[in-house]
Design a protein around this ligand. Structure first.
Ligand code: NAD
Length: 445
């Protein structure tokens, strides 16, 4: 199928490269010329495992990038909208969606034949039918369901493993205004054999995405609330508590051979310095605001966000309990990206943590295997030295705070023992075995 994709960020580019791999003809569109040029050179503008190889094998043949939206949309059968849906004043900001819909409408006005418009961005329930459809209709003079199909196809990929997730999806949700729209979108996925494909209306598809993300956020804040209680009660380690919880057969079911497996959801039921990223915080906040407008006070989700907002600074409070005066104290911060295997800094807990340390006069040594550059753009240089190697961050630090669960940090206990054995280690993710440190503290201890 000939597919155009508006917005070549994490979702748009990964979708484009993976669909090109499956033999579809893909035009990735972006307003950012630098991104477009980089894609056309086969160089991914983002860090995603496997993406570069994938792009190099398809770029110039089945995959291309362009700033010419009208040409690319006009030459395709289906257009995905994958632009950003940020938060603005606590509500979803649909300005990029509206602009994309306006331009799609203009592009298909002169096109003969049926065209499918599919929203892949995360949008609050009602957006596809209530905003995108009418906008495309107004600009094209065509009716949804007649002149064009209208779909909502939420994306569930996880940054850092986006290519793998796209190739092996756990589900495909096909929302549509009618059967014809859903049939057209479903045909794009027909070679994903054995994957559950759910056909629903657009509003339900939109809601499935929010429900899925909110459920994950809820687990994290639940674990963090219990971690706070464990700290206050004393004599309880939240890691042991959660290990006990995870052994429930709901979370660690017995397999036919008698062995047990740990359900992946258990990974969200662990204490830490909070969730970040481009999705969970903004999506939960957008759903709360949307619920408020509908007269629904989303009490559980409000608590989820409130707990999460307090979480990053807990590691700074732990540090201050041990060292009340942080002025001129060399502090290593390990991990800057919001999660491992990505350079995405959006809403990363490392941002409030480093800002609080700098405000208190600490000398921050920041290290991330891939996100140093991205962090520099957000946090600047003042009071922060970005280190190219883990050892450089650890060497002179009096305290070390682990913020992101990068696999590389498994070697921290050994490196610290060799370079700087007396440094205080604060585990913001409760990732490492406390018995391997001389001086250990962390969330939920
Ligand atoms: P992103 O910011 O990385 O990419 C969006 C791109 O759209 C940018 O490159 C921007 O220049 C481009 N753009 C904006 N307006 C445009 C226009 N009119 N024409 C052409 N290009 C335009 O965003 P993302 O992380 O890919 O997220 C996109 C959407 O997908 C969001 O709604 C997000 O919530 C959702 N989502 C993201 C993820 C994720 O892990 N990043 C996962 C699932 C869903």
């Amino acid at each position: 199928m000939k597919v155009s994709i508006i917005g070549s960020g994490y979702v748009g580019l990964v979708t484009g490269a993976c669909l090109a791999e499956r033999g579809h003809d893909i035009s990735c569109i972006d307003i950012d010329r630098v991104k477009v040029d980089s894609i056309n050179r086969g160089e991914p503008p983002i860090h995603e495992e496997g993406l570069e190889e994938l792009m190099r094998s398809t770029i110039g043949s089945r995959l291309r990038a362009t700033t010419d939206l009208a040409g690319a949309v006009g030459g395709s059968d289906l257009t995905f909208i994958t632009v950003g849906t940020p938060l603005s004043d606590g509500e979803i900001d649909l300005r990029f969606i509206e602009e994309a819909a306006r331009q799609v409408g203009r592009a298909i006005a002169k096109k003969s034949g049926y065209h499918v418009v599919a929203v892949k961005s995360t949008v609050v329930p009602g957006t596809t039918d209530g905003i995108v459809g009418p906008m495309v209709s107004r600009e094209s003079g065509k009716q949804p369901g007649e002149g064009f199909g209208l779909c909502m196809n939420p994306e569930f990929l996880t940054e850092g493993q986006a290519v793998r997730d796209f190739r092996n999806p756990d589900r495909i949700v096909v929302g549509g205004i009618d059967e014809r729209s859903r049939d057209a979108l479903s045909s794009l996925y027909e070679d994903f054999e054995g994957v559950d494909l759910l056909r629903v209306n657009n509003k339900t598809a939109e809601m499935i995405k929010y429900a899925s993300n909110s459920m994950l956020a809820l687990q994290i804040s639940f674990a963090n609330e219990l971690a706070e209680l464990a700290t206050r009660l004393g004599g309880i380690d939240i890691v042991d508590v959660m290990r006990g919880v995870h052994l429930s057969h709901y979370l660690s079911p017995f397999l036919p051979d008698g062995k047990r497996m740990r359900a992946p959801i258990a990974a969200f039921l662990e204490a830490g310095c909070g969730f970040g990223g481009s999705c969970l915080p903004k999506d939960v906040a957008a759903l709360i605001a949307h619920g408020r407008k509908a007269g629904c006070d989303m009490r559980m989700l409000k608590a989820t966000l409130a707990i999460n907002e307090e979480q990053p600074l807990k590691v700074v409070a732990i540090l201050e309990k041990h060292v009340p005066e942080l002025r001129d104290l060399p502090v290593a911060v390990l991990g800057l990206a919001f999660k491992p295997d990505t350079d995405d800094m959006r809403e990363s807990p490392a941002i409030p943590i480093i800002r609080a340390l700098v405000e208190r006069g600490a000398q921050v040594r920041a290290y991330d295997p891939v996100a140093n550059q991205a962090a520099r753009r957000i946090l600047g240089e003042s009071g922060i030295r970005y280190c190219d190697r883990l050892e450089d961050a650890l060497r002179e630090a009096r305290a070390v705070i682990l913020v992101t669960r990068w696999a590389e940090f498994q070697r921290v206990p050994e490196a610290l023992r060799e370079l700087n054995p007396t440094a205080l280690f604060i585990d913001g993710r409760r990732m490492l075995d406390k018995s391997r440190f001389k001086n250990y503290s962390g969330i939920g201890l």
